[in-house]
Design a binder for this molecule. Structure first.
Ligand SMILES: Nc1ncnc2c1ncn2[C@@H]1O[C@H](COP(=O)(O)OP(=O)(O)OP(=O)(O)O)[C@@H](O)[C@H]1O
Ligand SMILES: [Mg+2]
Length: 403
């Protein structure tokens, strides 16, 4: 026992305090860091000094003494209270223990017994602390550190909601992890239409709940889709959109990150304060483009904005959706203009995509074998496996090149 054990004595008798100090003096590993006559004074000193042990006199005014034990045990969980009293009957011992006392000493305490008792209490306190710290760490480990994946574009109608909804469901299926879809298209969000759901709990409610409750969003309130993903929809009325700001988005994301492994964020076709807050928190920014000249120009501009925001280059991924060269620009030309490769290419399939939206059944569920579904699977695979291509996709790329 090489450590110095700090002791605080709370006893109204000057003689008792002096006698305990005298008895502890020769024991080099004990230090009396303070003493107090009254109990409330004792609590104040204890809160400041946080001693290892408090020797507390329980003579006279027992209910008040028990309350003192309770207060110290609650406020200073690493401090052990040792109770002293002239008479130690069963009732006093039981009430003291229930309030949090760790040991008892009959007054006046005998030197040898005093030293032994304090040493035992200290050792037991260390074991309790180590056990509790281990428990706290294991609880923290169980908390998730969800990845935020923002699906965005500077142009409307390029397929953000299509990619976001299908990706959320496919990532959940592939990883088996909890996934939430967050609709930051605050004015015209249409995720409920794509998923055929009626959300009763929206971003507006979430903001209120985070304000009211310190414990965060209740999982039971989240809207659940048949696929197993959860959805936090845009406010029910477009005019509520103005109320939501960047710091609301930050706190919603922080809360969701503790509970979900992936947070897929759908966005409007602009980079306002709320979208930028989500982008700041993102591990991946999926910038959707197509081969239309105006979209390519908008995509180039978006890349420049992200560069000026100093986002890590490897978190920005450009996806080509509706890959068809019918608009007169080739995929090669657009890659040259953008100065980067497409992370994923999603084919154009109006029949599969259109009918899936009309029926409210995402194509990764209703048409898992369609090429569009396979490209979403390839995307999920890369996100879930730190950028690696899925083995199937690699085989396909190899076969295409060999042809
Ligand atoms: N790969 C695809 N093949 C064929 N049609 C597609 C494809 N992706 C999206 N679409 C069609 O494009 C239209 C717009 O899609 P979506 O709503 O997902 O775009 P958005 O970027 O979210 O639009 P907004 O900016 O208005 O929110 C839809 O009618 C959808 O059917
Ligand atoms: Mg959309």
């Amino acid at each position: 026992m090489a450590e110095t054990i700090s002791v605080l004595i709370v006893d109204k008798s000057d003689d008792t305090r002096d006698s305990i100090k005298e008895q502890l003096k020769p024991a080099r590993n004990f230090t009396v860091v303070g003493d107090a006559k009254g109990r409330s004074e004792g609590i104040g000193i204890a809160e400041r000094l946080k001693p290892d042990i408090i020797l507390l006199d329980l003579n006279g005014g027992e209910p008040e003494g028990i309350e003192t034990i309770r207060v110290i045990s609650q406020r200073l969980p690493w401090t052990s209270v040792v109770v002293m009293a002239d008479i130690m009957d069963q009732g006093i011992m039981k009430r003291s223990m229930l309030a949090g006392a760790k040991e008892f000493l009959a007054k006046p305490p005998d030197g040898k017994v005093l030293l032994e008792t304090l040493a035992e209490v200290y050792d037991e306190g260390i074991r309790r602390k180590e056990g509790l710290m281990g428990f706290v760490e294991s609880v923290n480990i169980q908390e998730k550190e969800g990845k935020v994946i923002v699906v965005c574009s500077t142009k409307g109608g390029v397929g953000k909601t299509t990619v976001a909804t299908n990706l959320a469901i496919d990532l959940h299926r592939l990883s088996g992890e909890p996934v939430v879809l967050l609709d930051l298209d605050l004015q015209f969000g249409d995720i409920p239409l794509f998923l055929d759901i009626v959300p009763r709990f929206t971003i507006g409610d979430a903001i209120q709940e985070l304000k009211d409750k310190k414990s965060g969003l209740a999982e039971g309130h989240m809207c659940k889709h048949d696929s197993g993903i959860h959805v936090l929809a845009a406010p029910s009325r477009p005019e509520y959109a103005d109320y939501v700001n960047g710091s609301h988005v930050q706190s919603i994301l922080k809360d969701l990150q503790r509970k979900y492994s992936y947070i897929i964020v759908d966005t409007p076709p602009s980079f306002g304060e709320t979208v930028l807050s989500a982008m700041d928190a993102a591990s991946h920014i999926l910038l959707i483009t197509n081969l239309e000249i105006t979209t390519i120009r908008g995509t180039k501009l978006a890349l420049e904005i992200m560069q000026s925001l100093n986002y890590r280059d490897d978190k920005i991924k450009v996806l080509l959706n509706r890959a068809t060269e019918q608009w007169g620009i080739s995929s090669k030309e657009s890659k040259e203009t953008l100065g980067r490769d497409f992370w994923e290419v999603i084919p154009s399939d109006s029949r599969v995509v259109g009918s899936s939206i009309n029926q409210g059944v995402p194509f990764v569920m209703g048409q898992p074998r369609a090429e569009v579904s396979k490209s979403i699977r390839s995307l999920s695979y890369k996100i879930n496996n730190g950028g690696l291509e899925s083995p199937r996709r690699l085989k396909r790329v190899f076969l295409n090149k060999a042809r």
